[in-house]
Design a protein around this ligand. Structure first.
Ligand SMILES: CC(C)(COP(=O)(O)OP(=O)(O)OC[C@H]1O[C@@H](n2cnc3c(N)ncnc32)[C@H](O)[C@@H]1OP(=O)(O)O)[C@@H](O)C(=O)NCCC(=O)NCCS
Length: 191
């Protein structure tokens, strides 16, 4: 990927030593997003899309690879596998009002629990603060305990409301990643 990780603020080292580069999603990322989808379990796909999708195609894939300028921010967490860039995860938010953005994050099953989700949420949080956003909204399946554990580990403060069989989570952006919350990735030495 041609960047010196020690001097690139968008590059991190995952817990297993893998170098992860965060970059904006691009219009030509369709094949990489499809590959990420293919590497994900049915459970991960359901929790991300709240539907049992068999594949990504058409307008849905186009929307995922073409964030709306001025409204949406989408970040890919990329790794190098045998000299080829692959996506380990993707995080995005879409501004829906002056203070609120809807957020979604997915990490492919092979890369879960290595700190990639935390990297994505941390960077999206910094970007949202720059835009003076106050809240991240997300709609999640009530059985999605790993997401609840995940946001708790990132300093979740906000509200959870059960409605229509789904949980509506509103997260205070200012409260995420408080200094007292130790971040294993930030502690990890850069390569
Ligand atoms: C939720 C999700 C994004 C987390 O990504 P991840 O890269 O695995 O998370 P991280 O490795 O950064 O985990 C950070 C912390 O969250 C907590 N956590 C994450 N996954 C967890 C799990 N399965 N069980 C318990 N705690 C978990 C842990 O405290 C973890 O820190 P630790 O590993 O040092 O203990 C990932 O599980 C995922 O893609 N799930 C499916 C899609 C989804 O539900 N998206 C959200 C709705 S849009």
């Amino acid at each position: 990927m041609g960047t010196d990780p020690a001097h690139d603020p968008m590059t991190r080292t995952a817990r297993d030593g893998t170098v992860v580069h965060l970059r904006p999603v691009r219009g030509d990322d369709g094949p990489r997003i499809e590959e990420l989808f293919a590497s994900s379990s049915a459970d991960t796909i359901f929790n991300r899309f709240l539907a049992p999708l068999a594949r990504l195609e058409g307008e849905r894939l186009r929307a995922l690879t073409h964030p709306e300028p001025g409204t949406e921010c989408a970040l890919a967490a990329c790794i190098d596998v045998d000299g080829r860039e692959r996506m380990a995860g993707v995080g995005r938010f879409r501004r829906v009002s002056a203070e609120i953005a809807e957020i979604a994050i997915v990490v492919g099953d092979p890369w879960q629990r290595h700190g990639v989700g935390r990297m994505l949420l941390r960077q999206l949080t910094l970007m949202a603060r720059d835009l003076d956003l106050q809240w991240f909204d997300s709609t999640i399946d009530p059985s999605n305990l790993r997401l609840l554990r995940f946001v708790e580990a990132c300093g979740f403060k906000g509200t959870l409301k059960y409605d229509g069989g789904l949980l509506h989570m509103r997260t205070n952006i200012a409260a995420l990643f408080p200094v007292e919350l130790r971040d294993p990735i930030e502690d990890h030495p850069r390569p």
